[in-house]
Design a protein around this ligand. Sequence first.
Ligand code: DQA
Length: 142
Amino acid sequence: MILVLNGPNLNLLGTREPEVYGRETLGDLETLCEAWGSELGVSVTCRQSNYEGQLLEWIHEAGGAGFTGIVINPGALTHYSYALRDAIAGQPLPVVEVHISNVDAREAFRHTSVTAAVCRGKISGLGLLGYRLAMEFLTEGR
Ligand code: DQA
């Protein structure tokens, strides 16, 4: 049972800087994740919030709720949220960080991830496929 979390501004996928993030909407992404879950034989729950505290609470609750792994695109929180880092570090589930764009090819502030070090790994720049690869790792890769 995989939890897919998307952070701030990812509700705007499809219209937000489409040259960077593509034309597929958050709804399209969540439909894809559910289809990929079916292929991988794992159930998937997708959630998005623009609120840091909401993301923290979902992470805190995930183990107790029966999830076995978390895919997270923290959006810009990636670059500065020590609270998000601590929430990931403080729970037992494997977490994979995903970025749709290649953050290392963009502005300097995006080159820092304060969360990646407490994740099992990070996938960046592979578009929506990154979510699938993260799900594959969480179901098959360990
Ligand atoms: C992002 C990259 C972040 O730098 C940015 O703030 C986002 C999206 C990505 O998916 O490429 O909101 O996480």
